[in-house]
Design a binder for this molecule. Structure first.
Ligand code: SAH
Length: 212
C-alpha cells in the first residue's frame, strides 16, 4: 500500500541515491526534484513505480524520462531563476514542472494532443501558473516567444535543429539528445556567430518526429 508519506519517503530516496550519489549538485535542481510529486505524472497503475530508477510508459508510445536524466539535463542548463525556457516534448509534464519550479517562465510544445492536455490538467491542479502550452511540431520551436535563455529537448533528432538554435539568445544554452541508433546528449551554446557543441553522455530517447 502506498500513501502520501510513502511517496514522500520514496522521493527523498530517489534524490539521494539516484541523483546526488551520481554527482548532481545544483541545489535548485535537487530541491525541485524533492518537491514535485512524480507519481502524479504517471498512469494510475504505475504510481508504485514512479520513483524507480527508470523511464516509464505514459501512453501513446511515449515515456517519462528516468529521474536522473531529468536532473542531469536540467543541471546542464545552469539555471539561476530568472530565465524563460523553451521545452520541446511536454510528454507527462514532469520535466515541465521541474523547470517551472526553477525559472520564471516555461514554454512547452507537444505534438500529441492527448499528452499535452493531460499534462496541462496535472500541472494546473498542482497550481503552476508560469507555464504556456502549445500543441504542435516542436522542431519549429515557438518563434512568437523567442529568444529563450535556454531550451530543453526531450526527444531526439538526427542532428541539432538549426531552427531551435536560432531561437536561443546569444550565450543561451540548449540541452538535446542527438542521434538515431546511437544517441548522445549534446550541450549547445549559441554564440554571436554560430554555436558550439559539447557531447555529454550516451542516452536513449524517443525520436523527435518531423511533420511535413
Ligand atoms: N520530458 C517528458 C518526455 C516525454 S518523451 C517527460 O518526462 O514526460 C518525449 C515527448 O516528445 C513525447 O511526448 C513525444 O510525443 C514528444 N515529441 C516527439 N516529437 C515531437 C515534436 N516534433 N514536437 C513536439 N513534441 C514531440
Amino acid at each position: 500500500m502506498s500513501n502520501q508519506s510513502t511517496f514522500d519517503e520514496e522521493r527523498k530516496n530517489m534524490v539521494e541515491f539516484q541523483i546526488q550519489k551520481r554527482g548532481i549538485k545544483d541545489r535548485k535542481v535537487l530541491e525541485a526534484m524533492l518537491k514535485v510529486p512524480r507519481h502524479l505524472f504517471v498512469p494510475e497503475q504505475m504510481k508504485e513505480l514512479a520513483y524507480g530508477d527508470e523511464p516509464l510508459p505514459i501512453g501513446e508510445g511515449q515515456t517519462i524520462s528516468q529521474p536522473y536524466i531529468v536532473a542531469y539535463m536540467t543541471e546542464a542548463l545552469k539555471l539561476t531563476g530568472n530565465e524563460r525556457v523553451l521545452e520541446i516534448g511536454t510528454g507527462s509534464g514532469y520535466q515541465t514542472a521541474i523547470l517551472a519550479e526553477i525559472v520564471k517562465e516555461v514554454y512547452t510544445v507537444e505534438v500529441i494532443p492527448e499528452l499535452s492536455r493531460r499534462a496541462q490538467k496535472v500541472l494546473a491542479e498542482l497550481g503552476y501558473n508560469n507555464i504556456k502550452f502549445l500543441i504542435g511540431d516542436g522542431t519549429r520551436g515557438w518563434p512568437e516567444h523567442a529568444p529563450y535563455d535556454a531550451i530543453l529537448v526531450s526527444a531526439a533528432p538526427a542532428t541539432v535543429p538549426r531552427t531551435l538554435v536560432d531561437q536561443l539568445k546569444i550565450n543561451g544554452r540548449m540541452i538535446i539528445p542527438v542521434g538515431t541508433d546511437f544517441q548522445e546528449l549534446v550541450l549547445v551554446r549559441r554564440k554571436k556567430d554560430g554555436w558550439e557543441e559539447e557531447r555529454l553522455i550516451g542516452v536513449r530517447f524517443v525520436p523527435l518526429v518531423t511533420i511535413h
